[in-house]
Design a binder for this molecule. Structure first.
Ligand code: 13P
Ligand code: SF4
Length: 314
């Protein structure tokens, strides 16, 4: 049984690599993708690194192994390239929490505010924003906004609260959250730390403040990956989507990496949207050149500006 499964995987991998050549495609994958996809990808990174990789590629086709807003960002940066996403349903609870018409009304209510918007949002919301940010550059971007300039921060209230605290800026926050990063149990983390007193808690800033307040380090997925390499500790409790553990194990094979436990006995520390992409769907989307990300010229034009501002400011 094991061998049969391994054989199917091997063939799929071969077929995907063949199609990659035929299409002159590049495969970009986020850290939350399943490990087989990460291992096959040309580039694995966090949201900012993936946006940069999409901007710099000379491939004709970008195959985005991530979620919809990430593939949309790649399309906005490459309007003339084909951008494929293995499953169009691979969304994001943060993007869902912030529908374009409601965000437009929010902006209109506060016309004197600058809208800094987390990249985890739809292209429609990006088009209505002034500057896009990710968790790795948000602090740097906010620090460049003049002191007297009021700010709207959307859509992640946890990231927004964390950034307000870090930068000392009193921002108006949209009330959205990530279903994965809100799942971690403070009680179970404390239990784990009592059992492993030397374990360091590291957390993504999308987590709730009860978790962030206990963390020895807070950062984007790439920053967490770097931290486990550079820090002297040998044991970490990792409060972000469990997919990152795959890359962590590669760079620190001798360290102990404990995925932060969710509240229930579920796999809620795995993003259900990210995990919609599978090797099979990756293969099929390359074979059929579909599903493809299609955006109007108007949306591309309007949403490119705040993304470019982000790239300039970060
Ligand atoms: P980063 O990869 O930018 O840290 O973002 C995490 C995330 O939740 C992506 O959806
Ligand atoms: Fe969205 Fe959270 Fe999944 Fe990231 S982990 S894609 S923020 S739902």
């Amino acid at each position: 049984m094991m061998n049969e499964r391994a054989e199917v995987q091997l063939n799929l991998e071969e077929e995907i690599l063949k199609l990659k050549k035929e299409l002159n495609a590049v495969i970009l994958a986020h850290y939350y993708q399943e490990s087989e996809i990460q291992d096959l990808a040309d580039f694995v990174g966090d949201s900012l690194e993936l946006a940069r990789a999409a901007k710099n590629t000379d491939a004709d086709v970008i195959v985005f192994a991530g979620v919809h807003f990430m593939a949309e960002t790649a399309k906005i940066l490459n309007p003339n390239k084909t951008v494929l996403l293995p499953d169009l349903e691979a969304g994001c609870s943060l993007a869902d929490s912030c529908p374009g018409p409601l965000f437009k009304a929010f902006r209109e209510k506060y016309p004197d505010h600058v809208a800094i918007t987390y990249i985890n949002c739809t292209s429609e919301v990006k088009a209505l924003s002034d500057i896009i940010c990710t968790s790795s550059n948000a602090e740097k971007i906010i620090n460049q906004i003049p002191e007297n300039q009021p700010i709207l921060f959307s859509p992640d209230r946890n990231l927004g609260k964390y950034l307000s605290k870090k930068t000392g800026r009193d921002m108006l926050l949209w009330d959205g959250s990530c279903i994965v990063h809100e799942t971690f149990s403070e009680r179970k983390i404390i239990e784990l730390q009592l059992k492993n007193p030397e374990a360091k808690l590291i957390a993504h800033p999308e987590c709730e403040s009860s978790i962030l307040n206990r963390a020895a380090f807070i950062g984007s997925t790439s920053k967490l990956l770097k931290y486990v390499q550079e820090d002297n500790s040998n044991i970490f409790i990792v409060a972000t989507e469990a997919g990152i553990i795959h890359q962590m194990k590669k760079v620190v094979p001798d360290k102990e990496l404990i995925p932060a436990p969710p509240d229930n006995n579920c796999s809620c520390n795995e993003c259900p949207y990210m995990k919609l992409n599978t090797m099979e769907k990756l293969y099929l989307c390359m074979k059929n050149k579909s599903p493809e990300i299609i955006l109007s010229h108007e949306i591309i034009e309007k949403s490119l500006k705040p993304i470019e501002r982000m790239l300039e400011m970060s």
